[in-house]
Design a protein around this ligand. Structure first.
Ligand SMILES: *Cc1c(COP(=O)(O)O)cnc(C)c1O
Length: 488
């Protein structure tokens, strides 16, 4: 394994900030930018749900970073030397070693993806009536805790849900609320506290090392287990280095080690690390490992592959080492920052400070004339696709659920998430995103709401179909053609 290079500090003439790529492109994939007429048709065929678009109609796919990061030559090369074996594969040994080297964790359980780790952890530790406090939930995390009769408690700070903020660590857990929660429910009803690195659903916002240390101190005092979701930990570590006093000169690998040393159990989705399937649970506590391990052969596969192919296991191991390379881990946050600052400067409402994962556009601020009952984030995602061919993801009320009376539970925030998978896009493509979003903002009064025509009972955002209220998509496309005369 080659040593990760340390990141040179690059400055530019006259204090400009250019997020310089420290990699080169060696394999490319042709993209298609369809004319606006086709984009309008395509979003109609997709029931105004960007999940139902197909990539032949998409120019830039910013739906998610899950399984879409660019792979390195080292990762692809490693997949060719994988060791095929049902049991005892050398590929698994390499992955175990990577987890030990990067996180200092000795006991590893392989799983087929992140939610499979959540299934095993929740089944093992959560009982009927339990509560699991956390800084913020992720969709699959909540679902698995619910299924096992538990309930999640989100105890984020007041800053977490503010769109505009200077708070460097909006992903922090509120420590006063943690004390109060422990006092209210008692340690017996709290199987573990969960911390999520770079909180996915509130804008990829990190927590600080100081906060993690305090959470560790409080949970240890009460003998409560601490679980860390490290799916997006590289970016969180990067923000600690950038934003937390005392960490500027500490290498990412040491920050990752310190973060991991503060939890009892960690798990991750390898879809975010190496763009393959897979994931793992890791711990230094043999008692916890033994409690969980029997579920791996039951749900995943033998203990040395856990539902993954050996090729994926190799790519994951290399991906973990690359997470400690600052030139790799800084790429997505620096592009996101570039986009967020440009949009913010142009008056387009976006979440600040910039996080990891993607740029999050505030649909409530963008479309104040669209009531939440008409799904402004979903409408904005559809409108932006028409205007650009760029696919983002709705993270608002469509991603929420209905209450027992059948009424929508309105989401805390209405966001259009534009994910920035690692090393996939160029800076000129990011500039295109900014250009089209600024045009859309100037024409925002043309955008109307959506309503469901076909609504699945569970996880409706994946497969639900909607229709526009009025003929706004057509009028938006007409205005676009008038302004740009685009026909490609
Ligand atoms: C993606 C993700 C998961 C779930 O992982 P899958 O591989 O999609 O099942 C869990 N937690 C976080 C923070 C994630 O980003």
């Amino acid at each position: 394994m080659s040593e990760p290079s340390s990141s040179p500090r690059i400055s530019f003439y006259k204090g400009r900030e250019i997020p310089l790529e420290l990699h080169k492109v060696r394999i490319v994939q042709k993209l298609h930018l369809r004319p606006v007429e086709r984009r309008l048709e395509a979003i109609g065929e997709a029931g105004f749900n960007t999940f139902l678009l197909t990539t032949r109609d998409i120019f830039l796919d910013m739906l998610t970073d899950s399984g879409t990061n660019a792979m390195s030559d080292q990762q692809l090369g490693s997949m060719m030397v994988a060791d095929d074996a049902y049991a005892g594969s050398a590929s698994f040994t390499r992955m175990q070693q990577a987890i030990a080297d990067v996180f200092g964790m000795q006991h590893v359980l392989p799983v087929h993806q992140g939610r499979a780790a959540e299934n095993i952890i929740s089944q093992t530790f959560v009982e009927e009536g339990d509560v699991v406090p956390m800084n913020y939930h992720f969709t699959t995390t909540k679902a698995h805790i619910d299924v096992n009769g538990g309930k999640i408690l989100e105890i984020f700070t007041d800053e977490a849900l503010k769109i505009k903020s200077d708070c460097p660590f909006k992903g922090n857990l509120d420590l006063d609320k943690l004390h109060a929660t422990i006092a209210e429910y008692g340690v017996d009803r709290i199987p573990y506290v969960r911390m999520e690195a770079s909180t996915n659903l509130i804008g990829g916002q990190p927590f600080s090392m100081e906060n993690m240390r305090e959470v560790r101190r409080i949970t240890a005092e009460h003998g409560i287990m601490l679980v860390l979701d490290v799916s997006l930990v590289g970016e969180n570590a990067w923000f600690v280095k950038q934003r937390e006093p005392g960490y500027a000169d500490i290498p990412i690998r040491e920050i990752l080690r310190e973060l991991a040393s503060l939890c009892d159990v960690m798990y991750f989705s390898s879809r975010k690390v190496s763009s393959t399937r897979g994931g793992a649970i890791a711990t230094n506590r043999i008692d916890l490992f033994n409690k969980m391990k029997d579920l791996v052969p039951l749900y995943e596969g033998f203990l040395t592959y856990g539902g993954m192919s050996v090729r994926e296991i190799e790519a994951m191991a290399v991906g973990l080492y690359e997470t400690t390379d600052e030139t790799v881990i800084s790429q997505s946050p620096s592009f996101i920052r570039h986009l967020v600052e440009e949009l913010d400067g142009a008056g387009v409402p976006v979440i600040t400070p910039p996080g990891g994962l993607g740029c999050h556009v505030d649909a409530k601020g963008f479309l104040p004339h669209v009531p939440q009952s008409e799904y402004p984030a979903g409408a904005l995602a559809a409108a932006f696709f028409i205007a650009s061919g760029v696919r983002g993801m709705e993270r608002g009320t469509i991603s929420s659920v209905r209450d027992e009376n059948g009424d929508d539970i309105l989401a805390d925030m209405e966001l259009l998430r534009l994910a920035m998978p690692r090393r996939v896009f160029t800076l000129s493509q990011v500039s295109y995103v900014s250009d089209r979003l600024q045009w859309l903002y100037d024409n925002r009064s043309l955008i109307g709401g959506l309503r469901f025509v076909d609504e699945p009972k569970v996880l409706r955002f994946f497969l639900g179909r909607l229709e526009p209220i009025g003929d706004w998509p057509k009028r938006l496309a007409e205005k676009f053609r008038k302004d740009f005369g685009e026909s490609l």
